[in-house]
Design a protein around this ligand. Structure first.
Ligand SMILES: Cc1ncc(COP(=O)(O)O)c(C=O)c1O
Length: 391
């Protein structure tokens, strides 16, 4: 038996996101499962977060922290976030008025976009871009303007940004460290952004979920380092990326009081609040183990180096990623198939799943690149690269 259906239900239900099917991460993970492939597609580790952190979750569940958390998140965690951003970025925030803990960075992105975008407003994004930005703009009646960054350097064309801005531009969404390219915004980018937004009624969302995963001499330029830009910005991060706990769905947003007030007005009707025991556990762990986020770059740099080294004998071409846990690979020496077909074939035949980079673009730039996630056990990387060498 199935649930009854009224006639013409399809016509009654007008799709608010036409053209948007199941996202590529779900599609490729399912394909990996169906073909018994190693999943280097979706961006999550195949290992757990720190034992001490997991123990604290169990402790808080056993000790009465199981009811609704406050709207903006538990005070202990907001305090730890404030301590961290002062330490890392020299930015002093009021943990009572300028921080909200959210169910993942994804909800924070949705609430920040909803806070800013009214019907007809325009938001600028840089392709290849994370897949939740545009749907959130669309659901709010806004229009997304895409600016493409191209392989191999993925530089931003600031003249194009200036040309794209109109009277309706209300928002610029940036992502640094950048998924999928691993690029970092430079001082020059920050200066160009400053010039572009000054004297304009434009807000910024700075998606910094990979803030701690930066390699070598690279430096993460959080917008929290720049008071004039931070004054108009929602800075968003994710505990899932930092503590290898993407399934816990905990992230946060930092914004000046006026923006945060509007953000919370929306957040209260979307999710109201975030997992209580996880928040207490994360607060304990941040207090007791700040070295975890300080050492995260080195931890992932080892994996990036291992992956790139193991891939050397393959016919893929790799320029080591500067940040994040993603590595792009150029397969033009192997095939001239479109990247979606190549990634599907790789999953079926070589039993390694990757993400085709064209899906992060509004207009397919016709590049022969796939994205691999190296947030995996060394053994997993050994096995996956042994298969990729055979392509
Ligand atoms: C650039 C970027 N932003 C946001 C997110 C979402 O983070 P969360 O899992 O905390 O919702 C991701 C996750 O992959 C991401 O890559």
């Amino acid at each position: 038996m199935s649930i009854g259906s009224i006639q013409n239900v399809q016509e009654m239900l007008k799709n608010k996101l036409p053209g948007k099917g199941t996202n590529i991460f779900t599609v490729m993970s399912k394909m990996a499962q169906d073909h018994g492939a190693i999943n280097l597609a979706q961006g999550f580790p195949d290992f757990d977060g720190p034992q001490a952190l997991r123990n604290r979750v169990a402790w808080h569940i056993a000790n009465g922290h199981n009811q609704y958390a406050p709207l903006a998140g538990v005070a202990e965690l907001r305090n730890q976030i404030a301590i961290k951003v002062l330490d890392l970025y020299g930015c002093r925030i009021d943990s009572d008025r300028e921080v909200a803990v959210t169910p993942g960075a994804t909800e924070a992105i949705f609430c920040a976009i909803t806070a800013v975008i009214h019907p007809g407003d325009e938001a600028i994004v840089f392709d290849p871009c994370y897949d939740t930005y545009e749907p959130s703009v669309t659901l709010n009646g806004g229009v997304t303007k895409h600016i493409a960054m191209r392989y191999p350097d993925f530089a931003i064309d600031w003249q194009q940004v200036r040309d794209t801005i109109t009277d309706r531009t209300r928002l610029i969404i940036l992502n640094t460290p950048h998924n999928p390219t691993g690029c970092l915004w430079s001082e020059e980018d920050i200066q160009a952004l400053r010039e572009v937004v000054s004297d304009r009624d434009i807000h910024i969302i700075s998606d910094e979920v990979y803030e701690h995963i930066v390699f070598g001499h690279g430096r993460h330029l959080s917008l929290l380092r720049f008071p004039d830009l931070a004054a108009r910005t929602f800075v968003i991060s994710s505990f899932g990326k930092t503590y290898h706990t993407t399934g816990w769905r905990v992230g946060y947003c930092i914004a000046p009081p006026a923006l945060m007030e509007e953000f919370l007005r929306i957040h209260q009707f979307v999710n109201f609040s975030t997992h209580t025991p996880m928040q207490y556990a994360l607060a304990d762990f941040m207090r007791d183990c700040p070295q975890h986020h300080h050492e995260l770059g080195d931890f992932y740099q080892h994996k990036r180096d291992l992956f790139c080294e193991l891939m050397k004998p393959s016919r893929f071409s790799l320029a080591p990623s500067d940040s994040t846990y993603f590595q792009l690979a150029d397969y033009s020496a192997i095939s001239n198939e479109p990247d979606t077909e190549f990634a599907a074939r790789l999953t079926r035949e070589q039993k390694v799943a990757a993400i085709p980079v064209s899906v992060f673009y509004d207009q397919d730039p016709g590049q022969s690149i796939v994205r691999f996630c190296f947030a995996k056990h060394d053994d997993t990387l050994q096995e996956a690269t042994a298969r990729l060498k055979m392509v």
